[in-house]
Design a binder for this molecule. Structure first.
Ligand SMILES: Nc1ncnc2c1ncn2[C@@H]1O[C@H](COP(=O)(O)OP(=O)(O)O)[C@@H](O)[C@H]1O
Ligand SMILES: [Mg+2]
Length: 239
C-alpha cells in the first residue's frame, strides 16, 4: 500500500466480537485508503461488517488488531494510540446517518453551531461558520427555522453541514441517501463530492443505494469481513 499523507488509512484491520465458542470475526482483513478530497463507496451484503468498520474508524468500538491512520497520525496500532477518544470523535470525525437526528428545539443554525460551541469556539463565531456552511449547502434561507419545518432533503443537508462544522479530516456516512428519492439522493452525493474537494475531507459512504453506487470513483466491496477494491465509473457527477 502506498503511503500517501492525510486522509484515512486502514491496514489489516480485524475485529472479533466475544470470546471462545461464541466469537464472531466481523472484520478479518480490511484494507482501505481514502485520500483527502476523495469520496469512496463501501458496499456489501447485510452482516458483512460495514457498520463494524465505521464504528472502529469512528472510535466508537475498539478493533482487535491492525492499524488505522487519520491524517498523519496513527490513531490505532494494535491498541489506541491517542489518549482522548471523545475529543477525536468530536473534532476530527464527522458523522452523517440515514436519519438526520437534528435537535428539535434548536433552530437550524444552532444545530450546526452546537459542535463547534462544544469544542470551545465562541458562540458568534460558531454561528457565523454555521451560516457559511448552510449557504454553501443551499439551505441558508432555513437558518432560523426549526428542523420539523424542513423537508427531508433540507434536513439531510443540514446534517451534512453539522458533520462539516468542526472541519473534520474525515466524514463517515452510513446510508445517507436511503430515505431520499433519486434526484435528492444524487444531489446529496454531489454535495458530499463538492465539500470533500473544497475542505479536503476524506469521505466514506456506506450504501445499498443502487442510484448512487455508479457515481463513486472507487468502491470497496466488503464480504465476510474482507475488502476488495473496485474502480468505479464516477459517472453522473461530471468528474
Ligand atoms: N455487538 C455485536 N456482538 C456480536 N456480534 C456482532 C455485534 N455487532 C455485529 N455483530 C456481527 O458482526 C457481523 C458484522 O455485522 P455488521 O458490522 O453490523 O454488518 P453490516 O453493517 O454490514 O450489516 C455480523 O455477523 C453481526 O452479526
Ligand atoms: Mg450495518
Amino acid at each position: 500500500m502506498t503511503s500517501q499523507p492525510g486522509g484515512i488509512r486502514i491496514e489489516n484491520l480485524r475485529k472479533v466480537y466475544g470470546h471462545g465458542d461464541t466469537a464472531v470475526e466481523a472484520l478479518k482483513n480490511v484494507n482501505m485508503q481514502v485520500a483527502p478530497g476523495e469520496v469512496v463507496g463501501l458496499v456489501g451484503p447485510s452482516g458483512s461488517g460495514k457498520s463494524t468498520l465505521l464504528k472502529c474508524l469512528g472510535a466508537i468500538i475498539e478493533p482487535t488488531s491492525g492499524r488505522m491512520t487519520l491524517g498523519d497520525e496513527v490513531i490505532y496500532d494494535n491498541g489506541w494510540k491517542i489518549p482522548d477518544l471523545r475529543t477525536l470523535r468530536r473534532d476530527r470525525i464527522g458523522f452523517v446517518f440515514q436519519a438526520p437526528y437534528l435537535i428539535p428545539f434548536l433552530d437550524v443554525t444552532d444545530n450546526v453551531a452546537l459542535l463547534p460551541m462544544l469544542a470551545g469556539v465562541p458562540n458568534a463565531q460558531a454561528r457565523q461558520r454555521a451560516l457559511e456552511l448552510l449557504t454553501s449547502l443551499d439551505v441558508a434561507h432555513r437558518a432560523k427555522a426549526e428542523p420539523a419545518q424542513l423537508s427531508g432533503g433540507e434536513q439531510q443537508r443540514v446534517s451534512i453541514a453539522r458533520a462539516l462544522a468542526n472541519r473534520p479530516p474525515v466524514i463517515l456516512a452510513d446510508e445517507p441517501t436511503a430515505p431520499l428519492d433519486s434526484e435528492r439522493a444524487l444531489a446529496v452525493v454531489k454535495i458530499l463530492n463538492d465539500m470533500a474537494l473544497k475542505a479536503q475531507t476524506a469521505i466514506i459512504v456506506v450504501t445499498h443505494d443502487e442510484k448512487i453506487i455508479p457515481t463513486f470513483q472507487r468502491v470497496y466491496h466488503i464480504r465476510d469481513g474482507q475488502t476488495v477494491e473496485e474502480k468505479g465509473e464516477g459517472r453522473s457527477l461530471g468528474r
